[in-house]
Design a protein around this ligand. Structure first.
Ligand SMILES: Cc1ncc(COP(=O)(O)O)c(C=O)c1O
Length: 481
């Protein structure tokens, strides 16, 4: 997926066929942007020379040069001296990489909906004070706990027991967040050339953690309507990957929740292909409608390695997550873990242990998220009636489908108006999905209302500038690699 694709002039001429010629340079630039957004030109591809494309399209070389310059200006392409022009997914100032979510430092001028995380619930300050009072008891020791503070391991194990998955504290390893947990699992069980299946769309940083082991990624489709288990089964039978990274609980970014029957069927497909599920449950505690949650995926797949996080249920600043694994996998995970760190901070572990004693999530936190979700959904329905989204029963974000693959262009325009968002392609392992943007409901209601007003104004601009393309634009597809 990472190799540079070289597009021939003939191929590009076929792809842009029928582009608007009013004027030609602008129509050509728009057509190329839409193709990149839709995934039909992979990001990073080298465009043909101006002369060759001009000849293939019956345009002057100067017109193609102007189209390429427009793409560069709009940050949809990059000109490299002596090497050519390369298309890219435009990145705003907040995104250092095209496909990683990069939390930004606080910016009081912008409404940051790029990072799906809330401020700390009020109870956190007291939990920190109480934990600080417990610290003297720990200061006489070395403070290194590669598996986690025993009290916290026990509290996490008890939370799995309560969800119907009996767990021994020795099966739990505390990590500095769920992303670090995913990186440990990737290092322990994957390597160069190994096949690893990842959902698409999916949380991109975990996908990158898997990719960085040198694994060959295979996409498991998650459709706007949910998991297509027949398609999943077909991919697993064909690729027989070693690992599969799944987010069955309020999937990021779609918000889907996999029901018990689907978990059972999914687990059977994985067993048949000899694939170990890596189940990211970062959003599991965020059920907003009082619903009974399905049993943990690992209850259906005894070899599953589960990942959890304190970031979404309590606060990202705790920087705590965990791995729950079968006993047989713990030693291997511990050896993989100590190559990067030797344990999470003691103070934060004490804080989390205290918080978990009161339950997996604070009731006030859920109430706040519910109100914010409903406010965001109502504002979008009112201001942007041509968009479509499903209202998830939990999690942190709406996955919005636009009437055309303009997500990247919209995000750039919204950023100019002080709203930071993430476009669909960031969540697509192999490109595409520019028909989508993710909008988290993680800010206070007044900010969400204001953000939607600004996004609606940005949409009017983006839609207006490409109005001709909207009707005929092809639908985004979730590509099974
Ligand atoms: C599915 C998923 N996994 C992991 C993480 C990262 O969690 P942590 O802050 O615990 O590293 C996130 C954060 O957005 C997420 O959505």
């Amino acid at each position: 997926m990472d190799r540079t694709t070289v597009l021939s002039a003939a191929r590009l001429a076929t792809l842009v066929e029928g582009f608007a010629r009013t004027p030609s340079y602008a129509g050509l630039a728009t057509a190329i942007t839409l193709l990149v957004g839709d995934g039909r030109i992979p990001a990073g591809s080298r465009l043909p020379s101006e002369r060759e494309l001009g000849a293939a399209l019956g345009l002057s070389r100067a017109t193609v040069t102007r189209a390429y310059a427009t793409l560069v200006e709009q940050r949809c392409a990059e000109a490299r001296r002596g090497a050519g022009t390369f298309v890219r997914v435009p990145a705003g100032r907040a995104r250092a990489h095209d496909r990683a979510l990069m939390p930004r430092p606080g910016d009081h001028d912008a409404i940051d909906l790029g990072c799906a995380a809330t401020s700390a619930p009020g109870e956190l300050a007291a939990a920190y004070a109480e934990a600080a009072a417990q610290m003297p008891a720990h200061l006489g020791g070395h403070g290194y706990f590669p598996a986690g503070l025993p009290g916290l391991q026990a509290a996490i194990a008890a939370a799995y027991d309560a969800r119907g998955l009996p767990t021994d504290p020795a099966q739990v390893m505390v990590t500095p967040g769920a992303l670090a947990a995913a990186a440990v699992v990737a290092r322990a069980f994957s390597g160069p050339g190994e096949r690893v299946a990842v959902e698409s769309p999916a949380y991109p940083n975990a996908v990158d953690a898997l990719r960085h082991t040198g694994a060959r990624l295979v996409e498991l489709p998650v459709d706007p309507g949910g998991w297509d288990l027949d398609a999943v089964g077909a991919v697993l039978r064909r690729a027989r990957p070693r690992l599969a990274y799944l987010v069955p609980d309020f999937q990021n970014p779609t918000g889907h929740l996999m029901d018990d029957a689907a978990r059972e069927e999914y687990a059977a497909h994985l067993r048949a292909s000899g694939t170990v599920p890596v189940v990211d449950e970062a959003h599991q505690a965020l059920a907003l409608d009082g619903q009974t949650m399905p049993r943990p995926f690992a209850a259906y797949a005894s070899d599953a390695v589960s990942i959890g996080s304190a970031s979404k249920s309590f606060w990202g600043g705790l920087r705590l997550g965990w791995i729950r694994a079968p006993h047989a996998a713990v030693d291997r995970l511990t050896r993989a873990r100590v190559t990067s760190d030797l344990g999470a901070p003691v103070l934060e572990q004490l804080v989390l242990e205290r918080l978990l004693a009161g339950g997996p999530v604070l009731p006030g936190h859920l109430a706040r998220l519910r109100e914010q979700r409903d406010t965001l959904a109502a504002a979008l329905a009112r201001e942007l009636p041509e968009w479509r989204f499903r209202l998830p029963g939990g999690g942190l974000a709406l996955w919005c489908e636009l009437p055309a693959p303009l997500g990247t262009a919209l995000v750039a325009e919204a950023e100019r108006r002080g709203v930071i968002l993430t476009p669909g392609p960031v969540f697509a392992a192999a490109g595409g999905l520019d028909r989508f943007v993710r909008i988290p409901w993680t800010r206070p209601v007044a900010e969400l209302e204001e953000a939607v007003r600004r996004v609606a104004a940005a949409w009017a601009v983006v839609r207006g500038s490409t109005g001709a393309a909207i009707g005929g634009a092809p639908r985004a597809r979730v590509v099974v690699a």
